[in-house]
Design a protein around this ligand. Sequence first.
Ligand code: CA
Length: 511
Amino acid sequence: MKFPALLFLLAATMQAAAPRAPNIIFIFSDDHAYQAISAYGDARKLLQTPNIDRIAQRGMRFDRCVVPNSICGPARATILTGKYSHLNGFPNNTNSTFDGTQVTFPKLLQKAGYQTAIVGKWHLGSDPTGFDFWQILPGQGVYYNPPMIRNGEHITVPGYTTDIITDVTLDWLKRRDKTKPFMLMSQHKAPHREWAPALRHLGFDNDRVYPEPPTLFDDYSGRGIATRDQDMTIEKTMNDRDVKFVAPPTMTPEQRKVWDAYYDPRNAKFRAANPQGKDLVRWRYQRYMHDYLATVKAVDESVGRVLEYLEQEGLAENTVVIYSSDQGFYLGEHGWFDKRWIFEESLRTPLLVRWPGVTKPGSVSRDIVSNVDFAETFLEIAGVKAPAEMQGHSLVPLFRGQRPADWRTSFYYQYFEWPTPHRVRPHYGVVTDRYKLVRYYGTADDYWELFDREKDPLELKSYYNDPAYAATKTQLEQELNRLRKELQVPEQIPARWIGNPPGTGKKKKAN
Ligand code: CA
């Protein structure tokens, strides 16, 4: 063989052996309940989300993606590190700061030649590390005209935050280094409290009356003090900003005019009727649904814009698109808003994945997967070996429809933050397809509960003291102990992980 022919053959072989690494776009929202995604088919049919649904139609829907600690910051720290809160140092939103010197998947992707970027909500206290470009909302972020930090520079951006995050996302895609594969995290504030819609979506539902969840008036019987003594009900906890008696303070006068034109007459009608008791809860639930779902509409439009861009640019075929949220959320179930609990609505989070040529269009996985798996998944997509200390499992085999025979059938959950902001007692437990065994710890009320979702899908009754469950209880206890050992959960939890004990005078921080 002549030299040039050999070179040609070599080059051709190398090209065949090394197809271009896939790009990854991770679209992540905050507090987005799966009940508010039409691809998940909620019985209330709350909202159509045609763009988010496109990811499911052309990819895979995960029906049991669970989180290890159902609040904002901890979910983000888990995604970056592939570790549980007790190992990544971010157990609560109250007094945790993310240690950015840790090994995270964006840093490993950078090393492997990826360009990395994050836009939108960050909520981890310290500045992002491992990103070539970052433009984040400081802290919790606001819905209108948000302050942002762009690679360290403080700026204020006019407009509606969901739209701004989309604009910055697309702008970065347009000016990125096109010779490298990319990992882009586009992270919305919406639909987080206080659910402030875009002006164009005010009244989008034509004053529809939404079906109520069957547990809107849960009396919390059948369970212990934790469910009764929380502070997250539509009845008692929702405040004037939540129900839009007070407008978001960062609006311009022009924005405020449009806002008031929608809310003022409706608020006047409410005041004239002056509903009380259950009628007041019903009214607030309707207001909550209008506002929350309107903010989701903007997120859905954002997803549509990103998908459209990928198609226009010919990027769709080699880009993995993932949609998820930091946790689930209560849309009136148990009379609640917010999250935190091991119960389904907050334990589960949406996960939709489209990877052309890999995920079968319209496929569904009911396996227990988690955001603790995301880091290893991103690394495997990029062909990078995950560090042994990461605690999840790559989802890539599931994407391919090749479920490993030993895939997990149980999951460990642990929540820490107490007592503010919502008086949800710290608890940990084991979750299986059917059961949950839960221990409330860290307060004077130390007790156990056992839930059987097959008999009691709404999770209204603990069977812990039912003799018929003795054998199940023993099995679940053994599994819980096994998981705690495997995941290196410390026996003693440092007091600061629980947050701010009463009387410390620490400022209440929403999350
Ligand atoms: Ca959240």
